[in-house]
Design a protein around this ligand. Structure first.
Ligand code: DC
Length: 204
């Protein structure tokens, strides 16, 4: 594959972006960056009492190893720090450099196709209904032994959607030239196949 080659994958929480991104990266032998982890790492440091802007400006690789990054509390905190323009600005250069690295890259997040890499060769917008996304997240949390209930998870998904879509700086929305994949009625295999087909179509 020619380089640089960027696949931008955006969409709301628990729509299947992570699974699809990893599968696309493996299929085309591209590097992968889950940009949500950067915001989660800043959110985790804010929960520990740090100023989020200072945390974003001094983020280190070790911050991404924090085992708590996948908790619901950190997810909400990530969505809150993601509203702050200075936090977004501090994380911009790292993401842009990753996107254009030689060998190509897949980045998944909320603003990859719109702000981080508007020149991406392929843009996907991966979505699903809030109820389906909450069902998936609930099943995942139960499997990992977290004590929670469906209504709490659904409320969590909706409040994050609302914050991510209505913020002034880099709100979640599909890029004009994005291919939308609605995974509500798709198996993982079907969703991955659609994503690979969309990337393949842009390689020809
Ligand atoms: O993808 P995720 O659930 O790990 O993301 C956590 C939060 O980080 C999400 O609610 C909004 C924010 N985020 C963002 O604003 N921009 C990105 N590119 C990725 C994540």
């Amino acid at each position: 594959m020619m380089s640089p080659f960027t696949v931008a994958i955006d969409g709301p929480a628990a729509a299947g972006k992570g699974t699809i991104s990893k599968a696309v990266a493996a299929h085309f032998d591209l590097a992968h960056l889950d940009t949500g982890l950067l915001y989660r790492a800043v959110g985790a440091r804010m929960l520990q009492g740090e100023d989020p802007i200072a945390a974003a400006e001094s983020l280190m690789a070790a911050d991404l190893e924090n085992p708590d990054l996948r908790t619901a509390a950190v997810a909400q905190s990530a969505s809150k720090v993601a509203v702050i323009p200075e936090v977004r600005a501090a994380l911009l250069d790292f993401q842009r450099a990753f996107a254009r690295r030689s060998g190509g890259a897949v980045l998944d997040g909320r603003d990859i196709g719109t702000v981080i890499c508007p020149q991406a060769e392929v843009k996907l917008f991966v979505t699903a209904s809030p109820v389906v996304r909450a069902q998936r997240r609930f099943a995942e949390l139960e499997e990992r032994g977290f004590d929670t209930d469906f209504d709490t998870v659904l409320a969590d998904v909706k409040s994050r959607d609302d914050r991510d879509m209505t913020r002034a700086d880099a709100p979640l929305r599909p890029a004009e030239d994005a291919v939308t994949i609605d995974t509500s009625e798709l198996s993982i295999g079907e969703a991955v196949a659609q994503a690979i087909a969309a990337v393949t179509a842009r390689c020809d």
